[in-house]
Design a protein around this ligand. Structure first.
Ligand code: NAD
Length: 261
């Protein structure tokens, strides 16, 4: 299709391509997003999961750990899909500089993307930290205790509150990652959004910053997003199928560019 070829051409032309991923890049791995039918926000109230509620009341903390434990049970069994693998291949071909992800599932790194090139804007669910002394655990250790019946885990060193290393609504964004993501967006020549509604701030302002910095903006998403009118190219479809096709066309183009014997 013509739109795939356009993306291939832009990938080959760009000297600085940034992938920007949201929950939609992982739904094909079996991890539900928040806003689609069947998503987490149809069963849980997002207002309940603010950082302030987590800090101030024990019943919210308990509901947080219930929701988060359900999500981690799914995430810990999930495997990267074709979209994650396509980004790994793009990096290996020297055609992808970094990935800014809103996802907390760690699937880009599991797929094989270089950890140093993946910026986790909303943290990771694969570790848990004490909010007081910052002691850190692998998630599996705390997960086993919660599955064993512990409702609200506390730090064994200082008694502080434990929380997965993800960013909740109302929780300060990680400074280093946020600054790095804005810098990368500003410097991008091609900014490729995969599977995001582009509704969550400040992440959703990164495509705007990229565009203002002169980047071409491409959005691959199943449903309309908040920034469709700004995109240079919109591809409606599933991230896995679209990116598989893009990689196929890209490799054909690269073979065509090889010198003939
Ligand atoms: P979102 O739920 O707001 O939007 C997801 C978008 O992806 C939707 O527009 C949907 O149409 C699209 N989509 C779903 N499956 C798709 C597919 N296979 N192919 C193409 N498009 C598809 O997600 P968001 O924009 O990432 O923002 C929500 C927040 O939820 C983020 O902060 C993120 O941290 C968090 N979250 C993360 C995970 C995860 O780590 N896997 C899962 C759920 C939510």
């Amino acid at each position: 299709m013509e739109e795939y070829l356009r993306l291939v051409k832009w990938l080959l032309e760009s000297r600085n391509t940034v992938g920007f991923t949201g929950a939609g890049v992982s739904t094909e791995s079996g991890i539900p997003d928040f806003r689609s039918p069947g998503g987490l926000w149809q069963r849980y109230d997002p207002q309940d999961f603010t950082f302030q509620n987590f800090l101030s009341n024990v019943s919210s903390r308990q509901r947080y750990w219930e929701m988060s434990t359900e999500a981690f049970t799914t995430i810990s069994q999930a495997k990267p899909n074709a979209a994650h693998m396509a980004l790994v291949e793009l990096e290996q071909l020297g055609l992808l500089d970094s990935i800014i992800t809103q996802n907390i599932d760690g699937l880009h790194q599991l797929a094989g993307s270089s950890p140093s090139r993946v910026i986790e804007l909303h943290g990771t669910c694969r570790t848990v930290s004490c909010l007081s002394c910052r002691k850190r655990w692998p998630r599996e250790d705390i997960h086993a205790m919660v599955l064993g019946g512990l409702k609200v885990p506390l730090c064994d060193s200082c008694g502080g509150l434990l929380k997965p290393d993800t960013i909740s609504f109302g929780q300060p964004m990680p400074e280093k990652e946020t600054a790095e993501a804005f810098r990368r967006s500003q410097e991008a020549e091609l900014f490729l959004v995969l599977g995001s509604s582009l509704l969550v701030q400040p992440a959703a302002s990164m495509p705007v910053v990229a565009k203002e910095g002169g980047a071409r903006l491409v959005i691959v998403n199943r449903d309309p997003t908040a920034l469709d009118s700004m995109a240079d190219l919109l591809i409606r479809g599933s991230c896995g199928a679209v990116m598989q096709e893009v990689l196929k066309r890209l490799k054909e183009s690269l073979r065509g560019l090889e010198p003939k014997a």
